[in-house]
Structures are given as structure tokens and as C-alpha cells.
Write a new protein. Structure first.
Length: 152
């Protein structure tokens, strides 16, 4: 049996995929709120579920791996312990060696936008420490899912 934590959605277009997470006690500070930096693991989990849904999680890259090149976060509202957060994720652009993601986290209970983010990952040859071209099969699967919303 396969359990998918994420889900296809059309609630917040152009996002077509979202993943749920719940705020853990360890994610909060002394005031009981989540600061912007604690959203990074939520974004990582959403990105994993996005790739799992597209069948790209188990892709063998050999000595190649995606690494974070840039990440920006805009913090809009605090979340608290046990809030259910829905993280919307999309690939906005695929370049020659990089993939740009857009993310938006909403408190599920009242649909309040908590945080937005943009992240760019680059496919790197780990041995040579050089960027490598993203394979066509990866581009095709993401392109088929994102459709006309994907910048190429």
C-alpha cells in the first residue's frame, strides 16, 4: 500500500500540488510560535512529496545530486504548535542545470497565508563539483504535470 502525504489540488492556482504538515512543539520558540526558518523542513517535505507523486523520487542520478543554490522566504503570519499547515508547491522554471520552485504555506483551519518562498536547486556532479544538465526525462515529467504554467 502506498501512502501519499501530498495531494493534487486546484485550490491555489497556479499550484497543482500541496502537502500537509503539522507544527510540532520543537518547531516553536519560547512564545509558542514558528519563526520563518522552521518552515524550511516543511518545504523540504513538500518537495519530496511532489517528486514522489511524479515518480521522480527514486530516480537514480549516480554521482549527481540536486543542491540548494538559493532560498528566499517571506514571513507573513505566525503559526503555533499543532496548527495544520498546507504547503503548496510548484516548479516555476526549469533551466539548463537548475530548477526553480515556488512555495506557499497556509494555515489550513482558516486559510491564512503564513509564508511564501522561492528556492532554486542545481543538479551537481558531486565528484567534480560542477553543474550538470538536467535530464530530458525529468523535464518531461514535470512539464507534463505543470503544463503551460512552467517556464522553460
Amino acid at each position: 500500500m502506498t501512502i501519499e502525504l501530498g495531494h493534487v489540488t486546484d485550490r491555489k492556482l497556479p499550484f497543482k500540488y500541496a502537502s500537509f504538515t503539522r507544527v510540532g512543539f520543537s518547531d516553536t520558540d519560547a512564545q509558542g510560535i514558528v519563526y520563518y526558518g522552521r518552515y524550511l523542513p516543511y518545504f523540504d517535505a513538500a518537495r519530496v512529496e511532489y517528486h514522489r507523486h511524479l515518480g521522480l523520487l527514486e530516480t537514480s542520478w549516480g554521482e549527481h545530486e540536486f543542491v540548494m543554490r538559493a532560498s528566499t522566504i517571506e514571513y507573513l503570519a505566525p503559526a503555533r504548535f499543532d496548527d495544520l499547515i498546507e504547503v503548496f508547491i510548484r516548479v516555476a522554471r526549469i533551466g539548463h542545470t537548475s530548477v526553480a520552485y515556488e512555495l506557499a504555506a497556509y494555515k489550513h483551519e482558516d486559510d491564512v497565508l503564513m509564508v511564501t518562498a522561492q528556492q532554486t536547486l542545481v543538479l551537481v556532479d558531486l565528484g567534480e563539483r560542477r553543474a550538470r544538465a538536467i535530464p530530458g526525462s525529468y523535464r518531461e515529467k514535470i512539464g507534463a504535470f505543470e503544463g503551460d504554467d512552467l517556464e522553460r
